[in-house]
Design a protein around this ligand. Sequence first.
Ligand SMILES: NC(=O)c1ccc[n+]([C@@H]2O[C@H](COP(=O)([O-])OP(=O)(O)OC[C@H]3O[C@@H](n4cnc5c(N)ncnc54)[C@H](OP(=O)(O)O)[C@@H]3O)[C@@H](O)[C@H]2O)c1
Length: 339
Amino acid sequence: MNMPAPGFYAPAADRYAHMPYVRCGRSGLKLPRVSLGLWNNFGSVTPQDTARDMLLTAFDAGITYFDLANNYGPRPGAAEETLGKIMDSDLRPHRDELILATKAGYTMQDGPYGDGGSRKYLMSSLDASLRRMKVDYVDIFYHHRFDPDTPLEETMRTLADIVHQGKALYVGISNYSAEQTAQAADLLATFGVPLTIHQPRYNMLDRWIERGTPSLCDVLLNRGIGAAVFSPLNQGLLTDRYLHGIPADSRAASSCVFLNKDNVTADVLTRVRALNAMASARSETMAQLALAWVLENPAITTVITGASRPAQILQNVETVRKHVPLTDEEKAEIEKILG
Ligand SMILES: NC(=O)c1ccc[n+]([C@@H]2O[C@H](COP(=O)([O-])OP(=O)(O)OC[C@H]3O[C@@H](n4cnc5c(N)ncnc54)[C@H](OP(=O)(O)O)[C@@H]3O)[C@@H](O)[C@H]2O)c1
């Protein structure tokens, strides 16, 4: 039984009542089926109160895994600073209940030591992340993307050393191919550390992890590596957000360089309208159907969702509270719609 700490946030007493937690691959780490990412809407342009509201809403709803990276902002580093402020104001007494993840691998600073997969970059970046997040360790540290200019052996030895130093409890990789993942897992094993988790992009409109022999899904399942999927809603395209035009407060209308108005194509809208009709027939929202579909893949541990407001988080968590498994007919219909 956790008693509220005076001066800090008093979270919902029933926060663990409705969220399913599943083992991440073969590890003992249990992750919530729905997680929250801080890539967008937690940087310096978002009011701290909005960010705090979203994070605490998520925690109250049973989300324990919060996904960050050194470069999340805008202003790289700003999302980690936001998290650090919320640790100080609200969540420090609950550190042992949080799975905090960060990453390094994309460009963080000018010069030869702020990008890639070198020992020099990863070690200094994680130290800076810990300072910004105001924590002594992260639960998961990821290498953010494969770096062809650094021997994989160097990157994996560094991840293993980070675990041995106690700066991360578990390590993972993101955006690695099936073959690169198998090599990374083999190397880490020689350094005495398991590859616990992979973070690929996966959603109804981007199914690369299912393709190839072996596919990334095959590698993850065969080796007991968990998967935390990013952009499960394809940044909002797989929701009702764009069914009646492009709202001014949406990601596609914002200055985000990864989703813009050109991505909201007639073809995507035709598919999403058909899927949305199916979701309505199941008394679900489009977002809930899209998340449920991802979670039906046995290789997937958790969906890392993004949000611009607390109501989206509550709706997304509701997916696993009330989800009725898709029937074979519904799965076939989805395949037909997706083409
Ligand atoms: N490893 C990597 O390379 C990598 C890359 C990208 C992301 N990530 C991680 O994955 C996380 C999630 O990525 P993402 O933000 O692209 O995820 P996403 O869940 O696919 O998209 C989130 C966006 O969808 C909309 N949305 C969410 N729930 C909704 C709902 N119920 N109804 C209507 N619209 C809804 C919101 O758009 P509006 O803002 O328009 O409201 C929200 O900002 C990131 O925060 C990050 O942690 C990792």
